[in-house]
Design a protein around this ligand. Structure first.
Ligand SMILES: Cc1cc2nc3c(=O)[nH]c(=O)nc-3n(C[C@H](O)[C@H](O)[C@H](O)COP(=O)(O)O)c2cc1C
Length: 352
């Protein structure tokens, strides 16, 4: 399985992708380490403005001459959440005021809207031409896909259900990530609600395999050789691994979060909208329980995240994992490696 249609299309050695992390958890160091080891390093850039994206891509191009992947979110706001209104602000405060008070921190002001769009972010990709452009939460329009093809940028879309895989296939994306509900991070569903799109990796990968001739990338719950081999057995052409790379010292994960991933508490994860407004998988924690039990509803994405941000900053300042959104997939108890090079070495040795 070491070299296949996937690796030769990308010009890489091993069918192993380091999953992108949005929201500042990706690092140039991690992506470059994985690409240098013969896999595909990724950088999640959905939160970056075009100028910041340019800088990251230039830094990656300096750090490695090998292919890498830049990831964006096609949908960056839930409907009605483009602008934070006074009513949103009040709803956010109702959920978070007791927490701010307890921690002695200030509530955030009404946030101004972003001053950049997905289309402006895509312009940077078209201009700087990373080998791979992956995306979640939707499908870019036909013109964007055509421009990527014209410039030799491979497009990779993510499906959480069979319907989404069919839609990606019909749209003509080059490769499809079949992302099971075991995965860490957000559930990037775009046809139905995330709650209604919770197919596990073991079920989803073979279903997607059956409906497309394009390379299928298995994501969710893979952290060691056994899971990787199982994914290939199910028909995947490559694996995308998130949580196990997030736990490596090269990632931009806050140290208390990284340490928490190696504790027995990582065996309990749950899906919640309470940290960002979109459904994502986190380690269970008293803070998450408290937010889940709030009688006030969560705000849509990204407005909910603005209220969590001061709590997260305080968690980083105090070095307190319990104040952080502890993103983790269900395979977290299997983690063994603290360095990306060690994880890559084990996975590569397990390729048969
Ligand atoms: C903290 C975190 C952030 C993530 N952010 C993104 C993202 O912005 N874009 C994306 O396509 N996938 C994102 N993912 C998903 C991963 O790239 C990968 O597909 C997933 O983690 C695989 O499942 P695993 O965690 O069980 O290995 C994220 C995952 C985590 C854990």
């Amino acid at each position: 399985m070491s070299m296949n249609a996937f690796t030769s299309r990308l010009g890489i050695q091993h069918p192993i992708i380091q999953g992108p992390f949005g929201g500042g958890l990706s690092s140039v160091r991690l992506a470059a380490a994985v690409s240098e080891a013969g896999g595909l390093g990724s950088f999640g850039a959905h939160h970056l403005c075009p100028a910041q994206m340019r800088e990251v891509i230039r830094d990656l191009q300096t750090a490695t001459a090998k292919p890498f992947n830049i990831n964006l979110w096609v949908s960056r706001h839930d409907p009605g959440a483009e602008v934070m209104t006074a009513a949103h602000h009040e709803q956010g405060l109702r959920q978070f005021a007791p927490i701010y008070e307890r921690l002695g921190i200030a509530a955030p002001p009404i946030e101004p809207p972003d001053d950049f769009s997905f289309e402006q972010q895509v312009k940077v990709i078209l201009d700087l031409q990373p080998k791979v452009f992956s995306f979640v939460f939707g499908i870019p329009n036909a013109e964007i896909l055509r421009e990527c093809a014209r410039r030799g940028i491979l497009t990779v879309g993510a499906a959480t259900t069979l319907d989404e895989a069919e839609a990606l296939d019909e749209a003509g994306v080059d490769m499809i990530v079949a992302t099971g509900s075991d995965a860490g991070g957000h559930r990037p569903s775009f046809l139905r609600t995330a709650e209604d799109s919770l197919t596990g990796t073991l079920s989803l990968v073979p279903q997607v395999r059956k409906i497309t001739r394009r390379p299928v990338i298995a994501a969710g719950g893979i952290a060691e050789v056994g899971g990787m081999r199982a994914a290939f057995e199910l028909g995947a052409d490559a694996v995308q691994i998130g949580t196990a790379f997030l736990a490596c010292e090269e990632s931009n994960c806050p140290p208390p979060h990284r340490e928490a991933l190696f504790t027995p508490a990582a065996a309990r994860t749950r899906l919640s909208r309470r940290f960002t407004g979109r459904l994502a998988r986190f380690m269970s924690s008293p803070l998450l329980d408290e937010l889940e039990h709030s009688t006030h509803p969560a705000l849509p994405f990204p407005l909910q995240a603005a209220f969590n941000r001061p709590v997260k900053a305080e968690g980083v300042r105090r070095g307190d994992a319990e104040l952080l959104p502890l993103y983790a997939g269900q395979a977290a108890p299997l983690l063994q490696h603290h360095r990306a090079s060690d994880l890559m070495r084990e996975l590569i040795a397990g390729l048969v």
